[in-house]
Design a protein around this ligand. Structure first.
Ligand code: FCB
Length: 523
């Protein structure tokens, strides 16, 4: 009997060793559930150009990029990649690459130049053309309504997102989009990075509409209130999102059969030490960062710790608002680039006044890379890879928020422009994150798709054209703005077409499963 048990154990061991040696870590897209979407993304102001053409008026992004902004170093999106004129060519690139879906955003001030009122026929025509082109190539449009680019007219008129007036105007804009494009668009995201927009635009003041107050903020803002406005803007964003979703459900969802979601950026936070206060600090950071929006949408109210630390500066929901906000989503969009380590800074809670960041009461530290990232050279310009953070944020959704459908809307690697088309750091980023994603799917996360940022090297929020995240390089010195595939575009394309990925990021041909070196991928 004992002998038999020993033999069985031995057999099991041998089988698992053989499985390990035969490359159990190798994966391909066939390992993902049917219908799992792979795509790439951009956003209107960052890619379209034609900023002053065909009736478009400025958004708060235009104003910001044209101010003496330090971060974009004089660059702006007036021309960007000129996708407005080159959309056919770009859709062709997507089709050749084998993308299932394209995530892009609509420029509100191109479609409705004054923010409300008449629709601009040229704007309407442009988005109809783009959507038709995508659909005819079998590429699913995933559309964002607000990617940091509120019409400047509404900012000037009543202060944009800090006024409740915005809710009505946003819902009317959403209505136009559902009505005009909803026969072909099934995936609507109301806001890109609602949390970053509220924090960076109204507390730290380095993104549009660059509002902040001293001593907070990274720049000397001329107006704003860092203690109050981030909370106010977020609140109005939540109410706008809920109303726009409600409208879709009442008027369109039955016929159009689409979905509405909201997008957030996650800096998935883990404790810097195993001290209890740091463990609590990490939970608090996730509450402040993700819970700020996810808790109201899932449970109908802000996290307790936010109510406690921000006190009366945090707006409250009426019973009706809470009821309407709760459940007003079909999916969440998550952007993930890097995880953070945090330490408790509760002492900061004794200081007055405080901004949103001080209410969080933590010290943040970006990860200095981890063991899995050291097998290739990663100059400091690039983002240290922390794919475990992607797993962390998906676990958070699974365990704390009822495992709703999630799309990874952005993930990618930043490299210096004009260096090389052989962008191994980007390939490594794709490989490590897609691999982790597969693990999370196997562990029961309800993740539905993955979009890499970005299709092209676009006008970047943090540094204009000095860096790029693109699968395609755009030659800005060429009047034609020609696009060139980087190595990552070829790698992604092979993956999309069924190629297997080996643990070191190499890609195999599906036909003979022979490993490809970088030189071979280039061919
Ligand atoms: C995100 C933005 C996106 C892009 C990337 C790099 O925060 O959503 O527009 O610029 O960062």
């Amino acid at each position: 009997m004992l002998q038999k048990e020993c033999f069985l154990k031995l057999l099991l061991l041998v089988v698992s060793l053989v499985v390990a040696a035969s490359g159990a870590d190798k994966f391909s897209r066939q390992d993902f559930p049917p219908g799992f979407v792979f795509g790439a993304g951009t956003s209107a102001y960052q890619v379209e150009g034609a900023a002053n053409e065909d009736g478009r008026t400025p958004s708060i992004m235009d104003t910001w990029a044209h101010s003496d902004s330090v971060i974009t170093s004089g660059a702006n999106g007036d021309i960007a990649c000129d996708q407005y004129h080159k959309y056919k060519e770009d859709v062709q690139l997507m089709a050749e690459m084998g993308l299932d879906a394209y995530r892009f955003s609509i420029s509100w001030s191109r479609l409705i130049p004054n923010g409300r009122g008449p629709v601009n026929p040229k704007g309407l025509q442009y988005y109809n053309n783009l959507i038709n082109e995508l659909v005819s190539d079998g590429i699913e449009p995933h559309v964002t309504l607000h990617h940091f680019d509120l019409p400047q007219a509404l900012e000037d008129e009543y202060g944009g997102w800090i006024s409740q007036n915005i809710v009505k105007d946003f819902v009317e804009y959403a209505d136009v989009c559902y009505r005009m494009f909803g026969d072909r668009v099934k995936y609507w995201t109301t806001f890109n990075e609602a949390n970053i927009f509220s924090m960076a635009g109204y507390d730290l003041g380095f993104l549009p509409p660059t509002r902040c107050s001293s001593p907070f903020g990274y720049f000397n803002c001329t107006r704003g209130d860092s203690s109050l406005e981030p909370y106010l803007a977020a609140h109005n964003i939540l109410l706008s999102h809920a109303s726009a979703t409600r409208l879709y459900r009442k008027k369109y969802q039955n016929i159009q059969k689409g979905y509405v979601g909201l997008n957030l950026l996650s800096f998935h936070s883990v404790p810097a030490t195993n001290k209890t206060e740091d463990v609590i600090a990490a939970q608090r950071t996730n509450d402040f960062f993700m819970g700020w929006f996810v808790e109201p949408l899932v449970h109908g109210d802000y996290p307790e710790v936010m109510k406690k630390n921000a006190g009366s500066r945090l707006p409250s929901f009426t019973a009706l608002e809470s009821q309407r906000v709760k459940g007003s989503f079909d999916f969440f969009g998550v952007n993930f680039y890097i995880a953070t380590y945090v330490k408790d800074n509760s002492e900061g809670l004794n200081i007055e006044p405080r901004d949103y960041k001080a209410d969080m009461a933590v010290e943040w530290q970006f990860t200095q890379g981890n063991a899995s990232s050291t097998n290739r050279l990663l100059p400091s310009f690039e983002i240290p890879l922390t794919p475990w953070g992607l797993q962390g944020v998906l676990e958070l959704f699974k365990q704390n928020y009822g495992n709703p459908p999630v799309f990874i809307h952005e993930n990618g690697q930043r490299t210096q422009r004009n260096t090389t088309l052989e962008d191994w750091p980007r390939i490594q980023c794709l490989q490590e994150h897609i691999s982790v994603l597969l693990d999370t799917v196997r562990n029961g996360s309800n993740v539905k798709g993955y979009f890499t940022w970005s299709l092209l090297d676009v006008f970047e929020l943090l540094d204009g054209f000095r860096s790029g995240y693109g699968l395609y390089y755009v030659d800005l010195d060429d009047p034609e703005l020609r696009r060139y595939p980087k190595l990552s575009a070829k790698w992604y394309s092979r993956f999309l077409k069924g190629g297997g990925i080996t643990p070191d990021g190499g890609i195999e041909l599906s036909s003979n499963w022979s490993s490809l070196s970088s030189a071979q991928v280039m061919k």
